[in-house]
Every structure is written in structure tokens, then in C-alpha cells.
Write a protein that binds this ligand. Structure first.
Ligand code: MCN
Length: 792
């Protein structure tokens, strides 16, 4: 009997290959390919008057230079807008090469194809673009003032204004015994995967087919966009995802100009072409996120119960809206977290600025949501002199309220209904883990010794596992090995391990006999992609269903071969056995051979290898309605999101003199339903917490007033190293299974990052005794806050 793998602490099967340098990332491929490099605008806003390539034509190694003028048909249209929203009155997307105008510094203006990167970069430098600079809009206040416009036909720089409400929040606030107002801000940051974007394309002129390798989170997304732009059938484009060194949202579904340009150039030049982004390009031409100003008004009673909550926020969307309104919509719908105010109103403006586009980055709008809600809960506690955990518990949605319908529309257009969760239990677990009730004594003792320490907490809820669908295929090879395919891609989440765990249990085979392939459009032509913490729920469920189909076929074939009742069969270690009949057994590999009339087998009698079996001449070689081979294929399409949730507590120390902020402890209680692999979930949380702490204390995109990013390198953009993190991130799991999917899972991939800024602001506030309303907060900002609050 093989022990169950679901829920076991199984080591990641992908790691040995990756840590021993055997991984194959995009830039490891295509040594024979030409290099594509991009001429990028140095201006944040300008008209393009002329592009002079004369000086570049003499450089050795030049193959081709293209500008917008060389594009026609769909290539000359703007990129698609991925998720249109009815309120997006002024959506804009960029061209693959700028048409007449650039709207951020870094936008692609021309492309160069050369024999290698050295030549390509020399050529880029020799292309002279004549720009007429236009006034630049940087920052939310500037965009709101609308003294200048990013797109001249978008009044007020407002891409969209959205209002959502449940009940009459204004009336509730007007009638409430207590009212508070908070102004909050959270700066722009970015995903910063270790590997930047990259794409390689080969055109096969004999078959009219295009083969693409992309460092993407959605191989089918790339295929769809390239096929549409190049006028090809989907089935004539293959996208394979090699090892991907992180994505964190920046490589989601929306096609990047370079993915289209590389493919177009490969076909036009009939030669393989590759683009590999460098770090500076990643800063100035990939995507950023966060970036919001928020104004909260809340009315509450003497007990701290929320009567009315009204939130107005302004979202910096950058120069274009490739994903529609997805990020601010997530903020607006998930802001309520685990609480149930009597009435809620939210209104936001999505604003254009002359900066890099803003698209989802791990957490996608939820860190901003948690910041608004959790700062508000702390402010209420402060005002009423009630413990911060107590105010929260008085407002929790309880397990008896589940499923809880917020009467709002979620980001996927479906109702926002929490399916399960036990917030009171989560809070009790967190308090015990961090020692909440003993902290006052610790803080007082620290104060007496001249140290400032503080404790903070923040809660969140995260809709995960959204549709539309994913598929899974489980195939038994004649070798007896199992091939599992799913179309979504992997960027480090350990999918090969967890999907193998699921199949090992369903089929009764060893994980060592399972190979998992992700993100290959030839194997899995119908797929969506890895984002929104959806792989475990959606692909995991599809794979489980597919494995059950494969199992059913195995049992049917084995019952025939062993002349047994399927109910008497069990599968262990890749062998089907008749219970209670020793020796009556057949391996999965043999069944796979028997199930296909076109098979390569060794005939013991004739001592010959045979390749085709005639079988019983009275029957068709493959019975009608049956498929040869043993393959289970299924799709899973969730009706609605499943809601993971969690609560984080941080203990910080702030230096009384230098204002340096140190995170001493960080505790997480997390509920992602049934856990497939605790090691992987904990790893996901560790990475997320590091990003959350980065967003709270270090990371910001420092644009100057001309729209130039001043810190576009790892010398200047601060990311936390392990030295900035506490020694240990302490985690307790709570598993309230989701009733919505076959495995009872909820997503886990973004959880770690969401409440980071809110929890750390709460702890700094506790240490310092004054409100912290803007993140990230640096030592110098804390120092100035102290001055302002006369607490030096
Ligand atoms: N898991 C589990 N049990 C659960 C839930 C999840 O064992 N109940 C496991 C899953 O099987 C998977 C991992 O935890 O191996 C994350 O699962 P899931 O929540 O389904 O998230 P996805 O696999 O869909 O990954 C996407 C998510 C997102 S949205 C971002 S952004 C992100 C993240 O994952 N980007 C990452 N984690 C990342 N981790 C790495 N290393 N690199 C990225 O780019």
C-alpha cells in the first residue's frame, strides 16, 4: 500500500534539476537565433517626428530595422485589451511599435534584428529619433489635477470611474455615533522576477508553422495573440514554456510587444529570432503595480461595529490599460476582507500617467485593499480604546454566515460569495502563535530598557481559483510511466510535484513514475494560464478528474485481461491486482500496450518484435466509442472563486535614534482549504511575506517629474535580502475545505504578500504611538514622522 501523497510533506521534484544548473530557461535556448533589440523612448511623453536609421546601416551584423511604418494589417493595430469592463470608458493599449507618440519612457519605438546582442545594441544606439517632448503627467495628484493629459482624447486622465455600493453607506455614516476619516497611500512597486521576459520564435516555411518558446505565465495567451496578429490559425502556432525564473504577474496573459515582434520577424526573415530582456528594460518597459491614494470614511458604534464604510480611491494605471480595470476592481471588491459592514460604498478613478503600465503583481490590488481596511480597523480600535483584535472579531463574518454573499460583483463578473472560512478561529490561532496577550508586558519591559517595539496585525480574504477553466490529461505510456499534461505554466510554484501527488493517489502509482508537463500548447491546446492563485484549484481538479477517467479505463481493461470483476481490483505501485488472488495481476504498462492495436511488443513465441496486432477478426480493432491507449482527459470550470484567507502579525523594533525598522517576528495563520503539499505552501508564503515586507519597508518606483525612473537598477531599487527578513516566518495552517471543488482546495500563491504593508504599519504605529498611513516607510520617513509628532 502506497501512503497517500495528498497532504504529505513531499520534497519538490523539480528542485534537483534547477539548483544543479540543469534548468533550461529562455536564454539557454536558441543559440543559432538572431537577436532582437528594441529602441526605447527616452521621453515619458513625446511626439515622434522622424526616425533616422542611416547611421545604423553601416554597423556589422545588422539584419533588419523595423519601425511602425513597416507594419500592416493587424500588426498595425494596438495590442488587444484583455478584460474589457463596462465602466472602462477610455481604455487604451499600446502599439507593438509606437505609432506617432510615446506615453512612457521605455516604450518601444523601433526594433533591430542583428546577428548577436553586441551588434544589436550598437545598432540601437545609432538610430536617431527626433522627438517633440510633450508635458508629462507623473503621480496620482498630477493626474487628478489634469493640467496636462496623457491621451489628449481622455478628459481628466480618467480611464474609468467606478462606483459600487451595498446599502446606503453615506446615510449610515451620517447617523453613526463615531466617524473617522483616513488618508492613505501606497506606492508603486513591481514583481521583479529573477528572469526577465524573453521569447524565441522559429518559422517553419515548409509547413507554414510557427514555433515559439516564451518565458510566460500563459502559453495559450501568447499563442492567441501572435496567431491573431500574424493571421495564422491557432493550430499552426505552438508555444512551449521552458523553465521560467519567476513571473509574479508580470508575465500573465497580455502579450508583450516583443512576443509579437519576435514572431513576426522570424516569419518575415525566415530565421529564428530571440529577445531577452535585461534588468534595466524590465524596470522601464515591463509592468508595475500597487500605486493608490485612498480616502476612507467610516461610521461605527460604541462597540466598534462597522455601520457604514465609504472608500474613495485613485489608482495609477500608468500609460495604458491592457488588462482593463482588473487591479482596481480587485481592490474595490476585496477590501471588506473578513468583515461585514452594514453598508459599503466604494468609488475609484483609474488614472493615466506617463509611466510604465500597471498590471497585476502578486496580490493584485489586494495589498492596497488590506491596507485601507486594516488601517481603518486599527484607527477604530485606537479611537475607542479597544484592543485591535477585539474590534476585528466584533465585525467578523462567522462560520455560521457561510456561504456569505457580499452582494457585490467579483473581478470575474460573478457574485462575490465567500464559500468557507473560520475567521474567529484564525484570529485565536494567530494570537496564540504570536503571543498577542503577553505583548504589552514585553513592550513595557523593552521601553524601560530604551527600546521601541510594537506588534501589529492584518487580516485578508483572497478570491482564488477563478475560471474560466483548465484541463488535465493523464496518459499511461507503454513503459508504465504516467504522463500528466496541463496547459497552464509554472514559474516556480512546484506544480510538477503537486500534480504528481494528486495523480499518484488517484491511480495508485509511485510519484517517481509520473512526469508532468505544463504550458505546452501542442499537448494542451485549451488552457488559460497561471495567475490569481488558480493552478491548484483549477488544474489540480481537472487533473484529478482526468486521473479518475484513466483509472476507470485501467480497471475496465484489467478486468477483461484478468477475467475479474472491476470491483475486486486494486492498483498498487503501478500494478493492478485481484484482491485475494495472489499472482492475478497485470501492470499498467502492459495494459497500455494491450490497449493499442498499433503497438510495439515483443512476442515471446516467435521471438520477434511486432508492431500491429490483428486481434479478433469479428470485432473492430478498437471498439466503437472507445479510444485506443489509456488516456484520461477532463476540464474543470469553477462556477465561482473560492476564498482563501489569513491573518498576519508582525513584531517590529524601531531604533529610537536612527529610526531603522527591523522586523523581529512575522507570524502567519493561513487557510487555503485542504493542503496538497505543506512544504510548497509554506515556501509560497515565505516568498510572499518577503515581497510583502519589501513593499512595506523598501520598494518604490522613484519617478522624477519628467517621468524618468530614477532607481531602475538593483543598486537603487531596494529589495529585501534574507538579511532584512526575520530569522523565521512562523506559520500555522487552518484547513477549512472549499465545498466548491472536488479536492476541497483554495489557492495559496499570493497569500503571503497581501497583508504585509498593513501588518507592518500596524506594528510601527504600536511602537511609535502615532498613525502610519503611507507605505513603504523608510527610516528617514519615520524620522520625519517622529518630528511631526514631536516624538524624537
Ligand atoms: N498548493 C497546495 N495546496 C493548496 C493550495 C496550493 O499545495 N491548498 C500549492 C499548489 O499546488 C502550487 C502552489 O501551492 O504548487 C501555489 O498554488 P496556487 O495558489 O494554485 O497558485 P498558482 O500555482 O496558480 O500560482 C500562481 C501564484 C501567483 S498568482 C503568483 S503572482 C505567484 C505565485 O503563485 N508567482 C510566483 N507564486 C510564485 N512562486 C514562484 N516561485 N514564482 C512566481 O512567479
Amino acid at each position: 500500500m502506497i501512503p497517500r501523497k495528498f497532504g504529505a510533506r513531499v520534497a519538490r521534484v523539480e528542485d534537483e534539476r534547477l539548483v544543479s544548473g540543469a534548468g533550461a530557461y529562455l536564454d539557454d535556448l536558441g543559440a543559432d537565433a538572431l537577436t532582437l533589440a528594441v529602441v526605447r523612448s527616452p521621453h515619458a511623453h513625446a511626439k515622434i517626428l522622424d526616425i533616422d536609421v542611416t547611421g545604423a546601416l553601416e554597423v556589422d551584423g545588422l539584419i533588419a530595422i523595423y519601425t511602425y511604418e513597416d507594419l500592416d494589417g493587424p500588426m498595425a493595430d494596438p495590442l488587444p485589451l484583455l478584460i474589457p469592463h463596462p465602466a472602462l470608458s477610455h481604455g487604451r493599449t499600446q502599439y507593438v511599435l509606437a505609432k506617432d507618440e510615446v506615453n512612457y519612457a521605455g516604450e518601444a519605438v523601433a526594433m533591430v534584428v542583428a546577428v548577436d546582442r553586441y551588434a544589436a545594441e550598437d545598432i540601437v544606439e545609432r538610430i536617431v529619433v527626433d522627438y517633440e517632448p510633450l508635458p508629462v503627467v507623473v503621480g496620482i495628484q498630477n493626474a487628478r489635477a489634469a493640467t496636462h493629459l496623457v491621451h489628449e482624447d481622455v478628459p481628466g486622465n480618467v480611464a474609468a470611474n467606478v462606483v459600487q455600493q451595498v446599502g446606503d453607506a453615506e446615510a449610515a455614516i451620517a447617523a453613526a455615533p463615531h466617524v473617522l476619516e483616513l488618508d492613505l497611500s501606497i506606492e508603486r512597486s513591481a514583481a521583479m522576477p529573477l528572469e526577465g521576459r524573453g521569447v524565441l520564435a522559429r518559422w517553419d516555411p515548409d509547413f507554414g508553422r510557427l514555433r515559439i518558446w516564451s518565458s510566460t505565465q500563459s502559453s495559450t495567451g501568447v499563442r492567441a495573440a501572435v496567431a491573431a496578429k500574424l493571421g495564422l490559425d491557432l493550430s499552426d502556432v505552438t508555444v512551449t514554456t521552458p523553465d521560467v525564473g519567476g513571473g509574479f504577474g508580470v508575465k500573465i496573459m497580455h502579450p508583450w510587444p516583443e512576443e509579437i515582434l519576435v514572431s513576426w520577424a522570424a516569419r518575415r526573415l525566415q530565421r529564428p529570432v530571440k529577445f531577452t530582456e535585461d534588468r534595466r528594460e524590465h524596470f522601464v518597459s515591463s509592468a508595475h503595480e500597487r500605486g493608490q491614494l485612498q480616502h476612507v470614511r467610516v461610521g461605527f458604534d460604541d462597540e466598534g461595529r462597522l455601520l457604514g464604510l465609504s472608500v474613495r480611491f485613485w489608482h495609477d494605471h500608468g500609460a495604458y490599460t491592457p488588462y482593463g480595470l482588473i487591479v482596481p476592481i480587485i481592490t474595490s471588491t476585496q477590501l471588506l476582507g473578513p468583515y461585514k459592514p452594514d453598508a459599503y460604498r466604494v468609488e475609484f478613478d483609474s488614472l493615466y500617467t506617463n509611466t510604465v503600465v500597471v498590471t497585476p503583481y502578486r496580490g493584485a490590488g489586494r495589498p492596497q485593499a488590506a491596507f485601507a481596511m486594516e488601517r481603518t480597523m486599527d484607527a477604530i480600535a485606537q479611537k475607542l480604546g479597544i484592543d485591535r483584535t477585539e474590534v476585528r472579531s466584533r465585525n467578523f463574518i462567522t462560520p455560521d454566515d457561510m456561504p456569505y454573499d457580499h452582494q457585490l460583483t467579483f473581478q470575474d463578473g460573478r457574485p462575490l460569495i465567500y464559500d468557507s472560512g473560520d475567521f474567529p478561529q484564525s484570529l485565536a490561532t494567530l494570537k496564540a502563535l504570536v503571543g498577542w496577550d503577553n505583548f504589552t508586558a514585553y513592550r513595557d519591559a523593552a521601553r524601560a530598557a530604551g527600546r521601541r517595539v510594537g506588534i501589529g496585525l492584518a487580516c485578508y480574504v483572497e478570491g482564488t481559483g477563478i475560471g474560466p477553466y483548465e484541463g488535465g490529461t493523464v496518459e499511461i505510456e507503454t513503459s508504465g510511466r504516467i504522463k500528466v499534461s496541463t496547459g497552464l505554466t509554472s514559474q516556480g510554484q512546484g506544480h510538477r510535484t503537486v500534480f504528481a501527488q494528486i495523480v499518484a493517489d488517484e491511480l495508485g502509482v509511485s510519484m517517481d513514475d509520473i512526469d508532468v508537463v505544463t504550458g505546452d500548447t501542442d499537448r494542451s491546446p485549451f488552457a488559460v494560464g497561471t495567475f490569481a492563485s488558480r493552478a491548484a484549484v483549477v488544474s489540480g481538479s481537472a487533473i484529478a478528474l482526468a486521473a479518475r477517467k484513466a483509472r476507470a479505463k485501467v480497471l475496465k481493461l484489467a478486468a477483461e485481461a484478468l477475467e475479474a470483476d472491476p470491483a475486486d481490483l486494486e492498483i498498487t505501485d503501478g500494478v493492478v491486482r485481484v484482491t485475494g488472488a495472489p499472482g492475478a495481476e497485470i501492470s499498467l504498462g502492459t495494459l497500455a500496450v494491450l490497449s493499442n492495436p498499433l503497438r510495439y511488443a515483443f512476442d515471446e513465441q516467435s521471438k520477434l518484435a511486432t508492431q500491429f496486432t490483428v486481434g479478433d477478426s469479428s470485432q473492430p480493432p478498437v471498439p466503437h466509442g472507445e479510444q485506443p491507449g489509456i488516456e484520461g482527459n477532463d476540464y474543470y470550470s469553477p462556477m465561482q472563486a473560492t476564498f482563501a484567507n489569513g491573518m498576519h502579525a508582525a513584531i517590529v523594533e524601531t531604533d529610537p535614534v536612527t529610526a531603522e525598522i527591523t522586523v523581529l517576528r512575522y507570524c502567519v495563520v493561513h487557510d487555503c482549504g485542504n493542503i496538497i503539499n505543506p512544504i510548497i505552501v509554506e515556501g509560497q508564503i515565505h516568498g510572499g511575506v518577503a515581497q510583502g515586507i519589501g513593499g512595506a519597508l523598501y520598494e518604490r518606483m522613484a519617478y522624477d517629474e519628467d517621468g524618468q525612473l530614477q532607481n531602475a537598477s538593483f543598486m537603487d531599487f531596494l529589495m529585501p535580502y534574507v538579511t532584512e527578513l526575520p530569522d523565521r516566518i512562523e506559520i500555522d495552517h487552518l484547513e477549512t475545505p472549499s465545498p466548491l471543488n472536488p479536492l476541497g482546495i483554495k489557492g495559496a500563491g499570493e497569500a503571503g504578500v497581501i497583508p504585509g504593508s498593513a501588518a507592518i504599519a500596524s506594528a510601527i504605529e504600536d511602537a511609535e504611538g502615532f498613525p502610519v498611513r503611507a507605505m513603504p516607510i523608510s527610516p528617514s520617513e519615520l524620522f520625519h514622522l517622529r518630528l511631526r509628532h514631536r516624538r524624537t
